[in-house]
Design a protein around this ligand. Structure first.
Ligand code: B1M
Length: 212
């Protein structure tokens, strides 16, 4: 078993302490933070989802795996975010109404911060009204919406329509992403940017803001 194998198993088994220690060990051995995320931690969560679908795992198992993943992500955070750099723009980000999944959102935030954005994190279960109020208050260049459920992704359209109704849509770019979201869906709901994963989301956000 390698450190990566132990880490993968640690996430699946929800072993917070082992995941934090093994992530730190892997970093000390010279592994890259983004590689650990994309090759070990995220695939472990994918396996958790597959076990849930096969009814081998239940909601509490997903929850403890999510906490373990977060323990690893917390170790990686300083390696993924840029400190003390003048912001290249402001992003308001949240997981949409009815949706409580926040691991992907938090990773996208870390990558956006690492790219130089100031990010206002609205948390989870963010209503259209809350997105509108945050745009009025923080005057971001970009609004970023995450959804993990097929039942909640349509609220992205509701939030985009609310921005239009408030007369704010022309002032911001809108980026959408999350496991069920596709490029076509992003176009259909009237988003400007589709983010397939955290690093491409940050890259596309930077390009979009540079083009303003
Ligand atoms: Co949930 N859950 N869950 N869950 N959960 C899924 C999403 C599911 C696919 C599992 C499955 O059946 N295989 C399934 C959804 C099915 C569907 O809609 N078709 C599901 C379900 C059904 C549910 C409940 C309904 C279960 C129940 O109660 N019966 C319930 C719903 C609660 C709610 O939200 N109202 C529920 C609850 C939970 C927990 C609370 C237990 C927990 C979440 C804990 C937390 O987030 N703090 C949980 C978990 C952990 C999962 C899985 C296993 C893992 C999600 C995750 O964190 N992945 C998930 C299965 C899976 O996805 N494999 C599942 C890792 C994360 C890094 O990936 O979030 O996709 P992801 O983010 C990626 C990209 O998508 C992208 O970048 C990230 C990194 O590259 N990205 C963006 C994300 N947002 C972006 C935004 C962008 C750009 C890119 O721009 C704005």
């Amino acid at each position: 078993m390698t450190v990566n194998d132990d880490l993968y198993e640690g996430v699946i088994n929800g072993d917070n302490e082992a995941v934090a220690a093994l992530t730190a060990q892997a970093m000390a051995e010279g592994l890259r933070a983004d590689d650990l995320l994309s090759r070990v931690l995220i695939p472990a969560m994918t396996e958790v989802g597959q076990r849930f679908e096969r009814q081998e795992f239940f909601v509490p198992d997903m929850l403890i795996a999510a906490r373990a993943m977060q323990a690893g992500v917390n170790v990686l955070r300083p390696h993924l975010t840029a400190a003390g750099v003048k912001p290249i723009g402001t992003v308001v980000m949240g997981t949409v109404a009815g949706d409580l999944h926040d691991i992907g959102k938090n990773l996208v935030i870390m990558m956006l911060e690492g790219t130089g954005f100031r990010v206002v994190d609205l948390g989870v279960d963010v209503s259209a009204d809350k997105f509108v109020a945050a745009v009025r208050e923080h005057k971001p260049q970009l609004v970023a919406m995450s959804a993990l459920l097929t039942t909640t992704m349509m609220t992205m359209k509701v939030s985009i329509e609310a921005l239009k109704k408030a007369g704010l849509r022309d002032q911001v770019k809108v980026m959408v992403g999350g496991a069920p979201v596709t490029r076509k869906f992003a176009d259909d709901v009237g988003a400007d940017i589709y983010g397939a994963d955290a690093s491409s989301a940050a890259r596309k956000a930077k390009e979009a803001v540079a083009a303003l």
